[in-house]
Write a protein that binds this ligand. Structure first.
Ligand SMILES: [Fe+2]
Length: 313
């Protein structure tokens, strides 16, 4: 608006200055001549006013549009175009603006494509790592992937946002990564474990957290890995956390892990049926499992058709 006012005043001045000079010259020629000259001058000023308004708008309107366009780009609307007509400096500016906006849009799309490829690469890498862990124990083949999928479903049921669901997926896939540090003879032992062997198995939660500690993009999944064996009643490991002090993603992975472990064939137990699995979950509600998470997994399992007595998938 400042520019508008300046332009307006300039045009006004250009109209008034000659008029003033005219008045001075005509004063010497009598009142009648002065009156008619003033009348003609007033008409000229009015016309000049109208012209100045139109001219000022012609300059400020494209500038307003450029300002709005720049703000849109700042808000992430890359590719935003502004109108440009004629061959004035302002239309050159608009043309340059549009070129810059198009380039920014292309850079942005390329960045998004690279980010998606990078994330796919990360996911494939950690899936390969999880498969290597599952392969240590033939009884747990596919376990990590199933836990990740179920954990994401529970998270969705609880209304978690997309970013947290991603973290849950990573946490689910890698929750047992620490088993890489536990001897295979212990993991696959078909008989009862000794106290020392139990300690070795339990160490996998803390080992897993240490393994991913230096990996920046997995940092947010670390609580799920370290705390997926904590219990709602405080009797779990490695830190004996209780209730809400256990990270939610860890409570969710715990529930998904419990379901998959009890409904899968293991060296120390046969696979439970769906109904038996649901009973195990119900008995753990408020003891091992967060009651809310238990209720959410129940709804998910019903939705997935895993609440009857059919064969275990
Ligand atoms: Fe585990």
């Amino acid at each position: 608006m400042k520019l508008f006012r300046v332009l307006f005043l300039l045009v006004l001045l250009a109209a008034v200055a000659p008029l003033a000079m005219l008045v001075l010259v005509l004063r010497a020629n009598g009142v009648d001549a002065l009156r008619s000259s003033l009348s003609a001058g007033a008409s000229a000023v009015l016309v000049a006013l109208l012209i100045s308004l139109v001219m000022a708008r012609r300059v400020t309107r494209p500038l307003d549009e450029l300002v709005t366009g720049a703000l849109d780009i700042a808000r992430g609307r890359f590719g935003r175009q502004v109108a440009h007509a004629g061959r004035t400096e302002l239309s050159d500016l608009a043309y340059t603006f549009n070129f810059m906006s198009t380039q920014l849009d292309q850079y942005n799309k390329e960045n998004a494509r690279l980010y998606a490829a990078l994330e796919r690469g990360y996911l494939e890498t950690i899936r390969a790592l999880a498969s290597a862990i599952d392969a240590k124990d033939p009884y747990t083949r596919g376990h990590s992937d199933r836990v990740a999928k179920l954990a994401v479903e529970i998270g969705r049921e609880l209304g978690l946002d997309a970013a947290t669901l991603r973290v849950l997926e990573f946490g689910g896939i890698l929750h047992d990564v620490g088993k890489i540090g536990v001897p295979e003879r212990v993991l696959g032992k078909p008989a009862r474990l000794t106290a020392e062997e139990f300690d070795l198995v339990r160490s996998h939660a803390a080992i897993g957290a240490e393994i991913i500690d230096g990996v920046e993009f997995l940092k947010s999944a670390e609580p799920a890995i370290r705390h997926h064996h904590e219990r709602w009643d405080g009797g779990g490991y490695p830190d004996g956390l209780r209730g809400d002090s256990i990270p939610l993603i860890a409570r969710i992975v715990n529930a998904a892990d419990t379901w998959d472990a009890c409904t899968s064939e293991r060296p120390y137990h046969r696979a439970a049926t769906h109904r038996e699995g649901l009973t195990i979950l119900a008995q753990s509600r408020g003891l091992q499992l967060d009651p809310n998470v238990h209720d959410a997994i129940l709804r998910v399992l019903v939705r997935l058709g895993k609440s009857d007595d059919g064969a275990v998938a």
